[in-house]
Design a protein around this ligand. Structure first.
Ligand code: IVH
Length: 392
């Protein structure tokens, strides 16, 4: 209901209400208004700002979709490099967990040797299958968003990142002078499926997987296209922070703090102790993997206390205080060797793809049902094509 106050006061109230709705939806996962009401508030804000352009500010929720960058994306040199992670895998021939997961066992052994004790706490996290980005806030305002690139130099995709409602344009509460938040832009499964269903019906190009969906959406030159893509964001760390005294003593406390500042932090992130605790988490998340609303390709273990991280240090571009523990791949590329037609008991004809055998999620795949001739035509599948096989 429009209030009786000045346009400036009404605009301020609308912005706060819309920001709160975003926070409740993306961070607390506890929405408090229906989509239609949200859209109505946003339209009212847009109308008021159109009537009073002098009141428009860059952090207004109406300003998420801006103008396209002239030319391509500018380069951004990261003030602190965006690191990569060493990997651990599953070895099926192992008799016990230390043999099954040797890279993880080595990682824990090194941590415990360096620190001189065994009761070590780790932050344990999903390994999101999306695109790493860095968000820079100055005095609470989002000033730049960049892709990871090679870790030292990324691309300035600020205009595109501003369209994601999961990314705050302005921090909540007391903001540091400078804060860089790192995390992953993802395309949740439901949004990916809906996008592809629509694209298939419209005869448009399909997204190969949610990760390509996220990456391709961020590399659009027109932010209006990015704005229409179903993207989400999870924070998992920080870069520069000034003053440094604001940094909590542990990684897990930092993630809690980021939540209060307005960033979505995945509810699956937890803490665990020692090798057995890490493996229990790996199994728990592995079992829940298909039920998660977003794709992951493993879990990440990070030593929780920053003083302990410093003691472990770095090797090349990767920290010695963290490791990714990958799940067996659910997706592989292979070659379509032939398409046969199988006649079922009911007489129905089903096309079957004969594939160059490939290991997917621990099983060898040689055939795949192609749902019908219609679909083959729409996808333009041909013998000799390289195809992606996904376990489902
Ligand atoms: S931390 C200090 N945490 O993995 C290590 N990375 O190989 C910096 N990723 O490019 C990364 N989920 O895209 C971290 N919970 C998570 C992650 C994660 C996915 C990706 C990220 C990065 C790559 C590192």
């Amino acid at each position: 209901m429009p209030d009786q106050s000045t346009p400036a006061a009404r605009i301020a109230r609308l912005r706060r209400r819309i920001e709160d709705a975003n926070y409740r939806y993306y961070v607390l996962d506890d929405p408090d208004i229906p989509d239609a009401e949200y859209d109505r508030l946003l339209r009212e804000l847009q109308a008021l700002e159109a009537a009073h352009p002098e009141l428009v500010t860059p952090d207004s929720p109406s300003q998420r979709v801006g103008t396209r960058p002239a030319g391509g994306f500018a380069e951004v040199r990261h003030a602190l490099p965006m690191l990569s992670l060493g990997n651990g895998f599953e070895h099926h021939e192992g008799h016990d967990d230390a043999m099954r997961y040797p890279e993880v066992a080595d990682f824990v052994r090194r941590v415990e040797q360096t620190l001189g004790h065994g009761d070590t706490v780790y932050s344990v996290e999903p390994k999101f299958d999306g695109l790493a980005i860095s968000l820079r806030y100055e005095h609470g305002l989002l000033v730049q968003g960049a892709t990871r690139g090679d870790g030292s130099v990324g691309e300035d995709v600020t205009a595109n990142l501003r369209t994601l409602r999961a990314i705050p344009l302005r921090l909540r509460g007391d903001a540091p002078d400078v804060l860089e938040v790192r995390g992953e832009v993802i395309m949740p499964r439901a949004g990916f499926d809906a996008f592809n269903a629509r694209a298939l019906a419209a005869g448009e190009k399909l997204l190969a997987n949610p990760r390509n969906g996220a990456a391709g959406s961020l590399r659009q030159l027109d932010p209006r296209i990015t704005a229409r893509r179903p993207l989400a964001f999870f924070a998992y760390g920080i870069g520069v922070i000034e003053p440094a005294s604001l940094l909590p003593p542990t990684h897990s406390a930092t993630l809690q703090w980021l939540r209060t500042l307005g960033f979505p932090v995945a509810p699956e992130i937890a803490t665990a102790q020692g090798f057995a605790g890490l493996i229990a988490y790996y199994r728990r998340i592995g079992a829940a993997r298909d039920r998660l609303p977003y794709g992951i390709d493993g879990v990440v273990y990070k030593l929780d206390r920053y003083v302990d991280q410093q003691a472990l240090g770095y090797v090349a571009r990767a920290p010695r205080w963290a490791i990714a523990h990958k799940f067996p791949a659910e997706e592989q590329m292979t070659v379509l060797e032939a398409i046969d037609v199988q006649i079922g008991r009911t007489g129905a004809a089903t096309p079957v793809a004969r594939l160059t055998p490939v290991q997917v999620a621990g099983v060898t795949v040689t055939n795949a049902t192609l749902h019908n001739a219609d679909q083959i035509e729409r996808l333009d599948v041909r013998v000799g094509d390289t195809v992606i096989v996904r376990r489902a």
